[in-house]
Write a protein that binds this ligand. Structure first.
Ligand code: 4AD
Ligand code: MG
Length: 477
């Protein structure tokens, strides 16, 4: 007999047919009603147990978390909230779940508690919904690029370069910690890390993607990246997934158009294809909002927030204009910025970004032409000699979701920049090579996938939108 998924049972026309389903017990009420979930949908299917013909032993083993198989007839349900249910005539326990020990009880657990149980939290409705939306979004990412003529490129995870030049790398070593090679002064010789070379986990696939853009034209990466930053925020992970398109013959305006079109496509795709999960997450968010003081509550529902991004043009503003806005804003005493920007050239803090998006423009913002000093070495220098063709996309509630730029394609200018920033040009020989042979204008950006999932699901902590978060606190699993 065919084993149906719960999702199929709810949408296909199977009334009065004999069906079989496998899943995990969410609840078991009155020795009669099982709410069964198999992960295919946010919804459970109700299975009505024929308790008179079920042994005492089996009834005792139908506990929250147990894996079971049910066979029975799909019938109309008279119960509230469901159209159909299974009138079970056979029930098999596939895997017991110890009722006293199983941590995911049918009650509301805090997200903090569930973070400690990352291997089991995906059995809750919230995490099931988040991870299905995450999966759908990643499908949409590939679909967007594949439909638009991009090639998917896999860039190395272990690399010798620091793509961002920010020194936030995890070292990769083959050295024996008990017997490391020592230098003359007695210190460890890390130059011998990776079979004689210094290597780290990649912080970005951009530099390698550029090499491929200069032959395949339009490429994108979608892979894990690592940042050894000890930041304990709700927006940072030590391991996160990044999507990095890179396009030859495209300037910064084209880059901004691409990023906006791409983001809108994937969010729209999730809205259309994750209706039930998003409806559930919308309810979760509004319940969470109700726990906040009145003046901190958002007056928008999750769907309204998503629609808002789809229905508005992202506002494009230069860094210099943004600084003027921040300088002239008169935040009231209570909301005063901690860091008031006095000087042109200062880096924006997330409070500034959020002011611009949430209070001033009230829509997603693309900031461009940042001071060269606060941006990476590879960004194209403008004619003013002090700003670069960089762009960051800022989102409500998130801050920076995208960072990108037009790349410096001029060999001499790039070499000078590399030297001025104290980067060893020998490490970047191959990257400089790209400017020697058929160099061309090109641009790209990086989108932090978890920040996109965070925004789309209305969750508030980035640790809750990746299956096993890597942060200074969580690396156990
Ligand atoms: O702004 P970033 O550092 O830019 C780059 O890495 C470029 N090489 C991208 C490119 O042009 N190809 O990072 C890009 C995005 C950020 O906007 C943010 O969304 C995300 O990656 N991000 C993080 N997400 C989670 N945890 C962290 N620690 C992150 N650091 C960056
Ligand atoms: Mg950035």
């Amino acid at each position: 007999m065919k084993v149906y998924s719960v999702k199929d049972l709810l949408v296909e026309d199977l009334l009065l047919q004999e069906v079989s389903v496998k899943g995990w017990v969410r609840t078991f009420r009155s020795n009669r009603f099982i709410a069964l979930n198999d992960g295919s949908t946010i919804h459970n299917i109700q299975c009505v147990v024929d308790f008179e013909n079920t042994s005492e032993d089996v009834l005792k083993r139908i506990t929250t978390g147990a894996a079971i198989r049910i066979k029975g007839t799909l019938v109309e349900s008279s119960g509230k909230g469901q159209k159909v249910e299974i009138q079970a005539n056979q029930l098999e326990i596939l895997g017991d779940s110890h009722p006293e020990e199983y941590p995911i009880q049918p009650k509301k657990h805090s997200l903090e508690f569930l973070r400690e149980k990352a291997h089991l939290r995906t059995r809750t409705s919230t995490f099931g919904a988040v991870m299905r939306v995450r999966s759908t979004l990643s499908f949409a990412v590939h679909q967007y690029f594949q439909n638009n003529g991009f090639n998917y490129v896999n860039t190395p995870i272990i690399t010798g370069s620091d793509a961002e030049g920010a020194g936030e790398m995890f070292r990769v070593t083959t050295l024996d910690p008990r017997n490391p090679p020592l230098q003359e002064d007695g210190s460890v010789n890390y130059k011998e890390d990776f079979f004689g070379k210094e290597t780290n986990l990649t912080v970005s696939g951009q530099l390698e993607a550029e090499a491929y853009a200069m032959s395949l034209g339009k490429v994108y990466t979608f892979g894990p990246t690592f940042r050894a930053e000890n930041s304990n925020t709700s927006r940072h992970l030590a391991e996160f997934w990044m999507i990095e398109p890179e396009v030859a013959f495209m300037d910064l305006d084209g880059d901004m158009d691409l990023a906006e079109d791409f983001i809108k496509y994937v969010i729209r795709y999730a809205l259309e294809n994750c209706k039930d999960d998003l409806e559930f997450l919308e309810k979760r968010l509004s319940d969470e909002e109700k726990t906040k003081p009145q003046n901190e509550r958002s007056d928008m529902t999750l769907t309204e927030k998503l629609r808002f991004v789809l229905d508005n043009n992202f506002k494009r503003v230069s860094y210099t204009e943004a600084i003027d806005i921040l300088r002239n804003s008169k935040p009231n005493k209570k909301k005063k910025f901690q860091y008031i920007i006095e000087e042109w050239g200062a880096d924006l803090q997330s409070e500034h970004e959020r002011y611009l998006v949430e209070k001033h423009f009230k829509c997603p913002v693309i900031l461009f032409d940042y001071p060269a000093k606060i941006k990476a070495f590879y960004m194209r220098l403008n004619d003013d000699g002090k700003t670069v063709r960089a762009m960051d996309i800022l989102f409500p509630g998130i801050g920076e979701i995208v960072g990108g730029s037009q790349r410096e394609e001029r060999y001499d200018v790039l070499l000078e920049k590399v030297k001025a920033m104290g980067i060893d040009e020998k490490e970047l020989w191959w990257y400089l090579d790209l400017r020697k042979y058929g160099t061309a204008v090109h641009s790209g950006f990086g989108l932090g996938f978890e920040r996109l999932v965070l925004f789309t699901t209305g969750m508030t902590n980035i640790r809750d939108v990746i299956p096993f978060p890597r942060t200074p606190q969580n690396a156990e699993f």
